[in-house]
Ligand binder design. Structure first.
Ligand code: ADP
Length: 781
């Protein structure tokens, strides 16, 4: 006996056995059932029963007896040939009599074999096994045909007899039907079930056929459904004409001739089928502009994906769709799925897509899989519902950013038109998805920025190009009691914001960032950084230093007081150490100690004087405003230092002098500044070197230079030497005494006079240093 081979995972083969002898039917059915679990046997003892058996699904193989009451085997085969659930792949006819002409009819109806009775069940089993094996070879295509949807026809008639009769006609032809017994019900069912055709009686209670027809034709959702009017023969022909004018596709008069009715129905259905194809195509074509419009209105990835899935699945009639977005940051790989099938069916598992992805990346083309079971590119489980798949890559500006896959349970469902349409949609979707990504990024950045601004302790204010207040962070809002009223307006003058307004104007005119100390109307002090921004506006970051300012003031006051208080005891120490010598003869040791005391006391006095000077300046002591000739001062101080220079055999010389050197300032302090510079030059120049002093004029300024040929300073120290207590270390002459305050005093003095000080030095012995400062000239009165 032939072996039964079933496709792995395929649905069982349905075999229908029909014989009016119940025993024969049962015996055969039992024998066939023994063949294995891959076979599902149905049995019937009449043609009608057989038709009822296949209501929910076609039989794959039919074995029927020929001679049966009511319906012969051939009639049954003919009925099943056009049956909505699909025709059997193979039909076998059993007959005890080889009647003439039987075989010819059987051949016309594609009966596979006419089996002459009596037959043994084993023989039948053999035939079935062979048929199943053959069937397995062709099953996918055959199944596709078999699962074609039957036509559904709505019958509207208030006469129950008519309804029954029409229903029977339709059923016998293999059509599905829906009954409605009045106009209201008819309309409701047309709208709810969208039948393929309506058979409409004119004379019905509640709403007559014309009214129903009118409503059908005026409703865009159902107006395409063909309507055949059923009418009594006595109806006035003009009325009939008006029915046709109202959009009826045909009419038929009662009592009906069955064949005529069915012929008309067939014609209308054929037309409807052709129109459906066109309508579907149109729907597909209108999808593109529609979806484009909808896509451009969305900036959310989830919404976009849902929209694309929903619209493509609906329009193409797919059972399921997937969108996979690659490289989205969080999560790394995002997947969306939509399904029109039920929960069980929606379990379509995507097989590994790496190879397909690589292929799409390389070729930038979509992929059509006509039958997942036969295509080696699709490694899905054998019971997978998806039989045809179309996969369209989504390319962004630089790379593959995702893909859309649609599925259908019929092999070969998707075609090139679908593919092209999806490609067009996806290229629009890609732009929208990328925009959504950019937007999400931007929104995220904005959130981060907002979080930073919100939590910043410093006040941050954004000014527009015209200087009006544009945005403030919470810390800045706290600076104003009524910031809301100030938004959009420039800050007003003479309200305590003048230092801020001045700095802002300076930033606008220079276009450069600046830092300024700003005082606020409430007496607070802010170190403020003004930074111009691209749109012409400016950002001001205000750091509150009021507390530090207070601390600094306390410190300065302390130093001023302490220094001041140290002066008196120091004067005593110095005085008594001098008096000691006149009090009596000192031995050498004692004389040495006294000398050391005097030296230390004068060092300390100098330190205290220096600290006191600095503290006073820090506290904001204004220098005096005397009219002074700087060249004159320079000569005086140079004169003072002559003995010191000579002691070190140094050449202290005065070079060129400025033609004009009158300034307004504090003679005492400026003398001290010159003393510090010339003193340092002599101090930090070895014996035999040279110190050169000069003054010159420069646009409204007098410049004083003190140049020496001494030890110089390494470049790395230059930025610090004006700092308090800073001294250059490890330079080979650490023994030179000093307290590191001299240059700090010079800088403060010069700056308090509106001048600037600089130093140049290359740290090489003999090259020395050059200190130079400027002061603004004034007109002598
Ligand atoms: P002091 O001389 O008391 O140490 P200053 O404030 O006057 O303090 O100078 C700071 C430091 O700068 C000095 O210790 C010295 O190292 C360096 N310096 C100042 N003037 C000169 C100079 N003319 N040549 C070389 N180094 C100098």
């Amino acid at each position: 006996m032939n072996k039964l081979s079933l496709l792995p995972g395929s649905s069982p083969i349905r075999v229908l056995v029909v014989d009016d002898h119940p025993n024969t039917a049962t015996t055969l059915a039992r024998a066939i059932a023994q063949l294995g679990t891959g076979v599902h046997v149905l049995s019937a003892t009449s043609g009608m029963e057989a038709l009822a058996q296949v209501k929910d699904g076609a039989a794959d193989i039919l074995i029927t007896d020929m001679i049966m009451p009511e319906m012969t085997g051939l009639e049954l085969i003919e009925k099943l040939y056009n049956h909505p659930s699909g025709r059997p792949a193979f039909s076998f006819l059993m007959t005890a009599y080889d009647v003439p002409g039987l075989k010819v009819t059987a051949r016309r109806l594609k009966v596979k074999e006419v089996i002459v009775k009596p037959v043994q069940p084993e023989r039948i089993c053999q035939i079935i096994v062979q048929a199943i094996n053959e069937l397995n070879q062709i099953k996918p295509d055959y199944k596709e045909r078999a699962s074609k949807k039957p036509f559904n026809i709505l019958i509207a008639d208030d006469q129950a007899d008519n309804l029954t009769l029409l229903a029977r006609y339709l059923e016998n032809e293999g059509y599905g039907y829906i009954k409605a017994k009045d106009g209201f019900e008819a309309l409701e069912k047309v709208r709810g079930e969208l039948p393929d055709l309506v058979l409409l009686d004119i004379n019905m209670p509640n709403k007559d056929g014309f009214a129903v027809l009118e409503e059908i034709r005026s409703d865009p959702a159902i107006q395409h459904i063909p309507v055949i009017i059923l009418t009594a023969a006595r109806l006035d022909p003009t009325e009939m004409q008006s029915g046709l004018n109202m959009g009826a596709d045909d009419y038929i008069t009662k009592p009906f001739d069955r064949r005529e009715l069915l012929a008309r129905i067939r014609t209308k259905l054929r037309v409807k089928e052709a129109e459906d194809v066109i309508r579907n195509r149109n729907r597909e074509l209108t999808l593109l502009p529609e979806i484009g419009k909808e896509l451009s209105a969305r900036l959310n990835l989830d919404e976009l994906s849902d929209l694309v899935l929903r619209r493509t699945v609906e329009t193409l009639g797919a059972i399921e769709g997937h969108i996979i977005l690659l490289n989205t940051k969080n999560p790394l790989h995002k997947e969306y799925r939509i399904s029109t099938a039920d929960a069980v069916a929606s379990a379509i598992q995507l097989p590994p897509l790496n190879n397909l992805l690589e292929h799409m990346k390389e070729n930038r083309e979509s992929i059509l899989i006509n039958d997942t079971r036969k295509d080696s590119r699709w490694q899905s489980p054998p019971d997978d519902l998806a039989r045809s798949v179309v996969i369209v890559p989504m390319f962004g500006r630089f790379a593959l950013i995702g893909l859309l896959a649609l599925f259908h349970e019929q092999p070969g469902y998707f075609n090139v038109n679908h593919q092209l349409l999806l490609q067009a949609i996806i290229s629009q979707a890609a732009i929208a998805v990328e925009n959504a990504g950019l937007y999400a990024n931007m929104a995220q950045q904005q959130q981060k920025l907002a979080a930073i601004l919100q939590s910043a302790a410093d006040a941050i204010i954004l000014f527009d190009a015209d200087g009006s207040l544009s945005m403030l962070n919470p810390a800045a809002e706290g600076l104003f009691t009524d910031y809301e009223t100030k938004i959009g307006l420039p800050l007003a003058h003479n309200r305590g914001y003048d230092t801020l307004i001045d700095a802002l104007e300076k930033t606008y005119t220079t276009g450069q960032p600046i830092s300024e100390e700003i005082s606020w109307p409430d007496q607070r002090i802010f170190n403020t950084r003004f930074t111009p921004i691209a749109d012409g506006g400016c950002v001001a970051v205000l750091h509150d230093v009021t507390h530090f300012k207070k601390l600094e003031k306390v410190k300065n006051e302390f130093i001023a007081t302490a220094s001041h208080d140290l002066r008196n005891p120091l004067t005593s120490i110095k005085g008594y150490s001098q008096l000691i010598q006149s009090a009596g003869q000192l031995n050498d040791n004692q004389a040495d100690f006294v000398k050391r005391i005097q030296h230390a006391a004068s060092n300390m006095t100098e330190l205290v004087e220096n600290m006191l000077d600095l503290a006073k300046m820090d506290l904001g002591a204004e220098p005096a405003h005397e009219i002074l000739d700087m060249t004159h001062l320079l000569w005086q101080i140079a004169d003072e230092f002559k003995p010191q220079a000579e002691a070190k055999r140094q050449n202290l010389s005065l070079e060129k002098t400025a033609t004009s050197s009158i300034v307004r300032g504090d003679a005492l302090k400026l003398r001290q500044a010159l003393r510090n510079l010339i003193g340092n030059a002599i101090k930090y120049t070895p014996d035999g070197g040279a110190v050169t002093i000069s003054s010159e004029n420069e646009a409204g300024l007098v410049r004083m230079n003190v140049r020496d040929t001494g030890y110089g300073m390494p470049a790395s120290d230059l930025q610090h030497i004006f700092d308090r207590f800073y001294r250059v270390r490890n330079n080979g002459h650490d023994e030179i005494e000093g307290n590191g305050l001299g240059l700090a005093i010079v800088k403060s003095t010069i700056e308090a006079h509106g001048g600037e000080i600089h130093v140049e030095s290359d740290g090489l012995l003999g090259k020395g240093s050059c200190f130079t400062f400027t002061l603004p000239l004034t007109q002598a009165k």
